[in-house]
Design a binder for this molecule. Sequence first.
Ligand code: PGA
Length: 256
Amino acid sequence: MRRGFIGGNWKMNKLLKEAKETVENLNKSLTLSRGIDIVIFPPYTLLYFLKDLIVLPNIYLGAQNMHWEENGAYTGEISPLMLKDLEVEYVIIGHSERRNLFNETDEIINKKLISALKHGLKPILCLGESIEERKKGIEKDVIEKQFKHDLKRVPINFLENIIIAYEPVWAIGTGLNATPNEAEEMHKFIRDLIEKYANNNIVENIRIIYGGSVRVENVEELSSKDDIDGFLVGGASLRSDSFSKIIEIFNEVKGF
Ligand code: PGA
């Protein structure tokens, strides 16, 4: 059975005081299960501060982005070595907000993905179609194209360290989530892509998580699908009570 994964993507939110309160509340309220990895993705400015505040065993820190180079004249960027220096273990690569608001191309995402893996970081690779693409019925073509380009030249022995997040762009921060069946169908399709391109028996070990308006109200139904191995939660991860509840429901449904 694959381990569960729940990430809380705080995006550009929280200052020191609020972040400290949220993590302290999580430390108190989370009922942990050995079968789930929980990762908090705060802004860069909070990583160092939070690393000693997290006291529970399977909660980890992740970054929301990184540059692919180790160092150099890249004003405003953060390198994989800097993340490792802060004991960060996970990094989100190719979030749709990076793709759409900051013009990250599949070529850039591919460089970041290879660099993260090379430096021993575990990437969460985000894939997702826009509403126009879904309306045209080309959502699977879009996902396959992103998958092919983003994973180009990634050595097969690294694949197991990648978590793939299916995040339909139209569901992110909109309150509209993909239905459990829509998500499950795409997760199965992504698993088939891994088999097609990697042609390897590790396909069953790779975790595919869903993101896009995951909330306490819809997490039970989404968790009931076999190919949904966890969630990347944005808005609902900002409050410790809703984030803990999402983890609790996921844990109950999956029976970890
Ligand atoms: P949301 O964000 O839960 O607020 O829709 C999800 C994400 O961006 O990963």
